[in-house]
Design a protein around this ligand. Sequence first.
Ligand SMILES: [Zn+2]
Ligand SMILES: [Zn+2]
Length: 379
Amino acid sequence: MADYYETLGVERTATEEEIKRAYRRMSRKYHPDIAGPEYEDKFKEVNSAYEVLSDPDKRRMYDAGVDPNDPGSGAYGASGPFGMGDIFSQFFTGAFGGGEGPVPRTQPGRNTIESLAITLKTAVFGGTQKLEYHTMGVCEHCEGTGSEDRQPPVTCPQCHGTGHVQKVVRTLLGQMMTSAPCDRCEGHGTIIERPCTVCHGHGRVPTRRTLDVPVPAGVADGTRVRMDGQGEVGECGGPAGDLYIDFRVRRDRQYTRDGDDLHCWVSVPMTWAVLGHETSLDTFDGEQTLEIPAGCQPDQQIELKGLGVTHLGGDGERGDLIAHIEVQIPTKLNDRERRLIDEFGQLRKDGERSVDAQGSKPVAAQKKGFFSKIKDAFS
Ligand SMILES: [Zn+2]
Ligand SMILES: [Zn+2]
């Protein structure tokens, strides 16, 4: 039975939230689009582990020793964790999933995923942003060969280059022959006579790398780009993986983004709204004139065409900048101001107006009381 807790890298006591977090991390790490097609099986494992551990009923069943994804294989099935199945499968596939022949010493590097925070302004126009990240780089001491004196590997004297050795295993059914990876060469079939003292024969070491990442104009929060060959360097000179960058667009103090449009809120004095006024607005394109029209209403929108976010895709088109107008109603008036407003109100005959029904819902649509509902039910 597969150890689902181990697959997700969580304790057996993990909470639902911890399991969810672990799943998100692992599924991202092993997604075949990111990690490469060779991780497809691992990705499937992660998914079936989550399917079981995220469901309280299935998890209880699993904890009791039955795999809900494969009920026959549980502790009570034909082949539990210590049943015959596992021993048999070892013989038929070799003890360690036994491949045929040696495992190449040169291995491709894995992909790396990093997230990179940028300002909204950088998202609007594009640009470059520095990224510092940890990855595996070529060991400079041995130039990636893994050998202290930079000599090529030689054939392993223990397995003669096959990468495997035959072993006799004692089982319930008697002695059987099985094949296991050679421990002298770790299955590579070759050994490095004097391993590099810095990388211990791997040809690569943990590295901190700084990169100027080109930011395409118009990237959104969560946009992912790939940089070829900037991931982990492979073992012993193997090709490097790719670097995937998830852009995170920081919140801007003034502007929020909706698609390719930028929105902001501009608070203006009541008199500007009534009489109209020309003011200036600080935008990513510098200071712009904002024309408040006479009779401007609260929440009215003023569009500045083409001052929004550049459309992602390189056609150079840009969205709009939309200013939402808030009208400041004065709260503290001195005597003279009060008199003037009052006089204004009298001129406008504001006292004779009625305010009912202006935009309010018709009475019939209002919530009915408990008793009238009962009445409806009987009529
Ligand atoms: Zn060997
Ligand atoms: Zn080295």
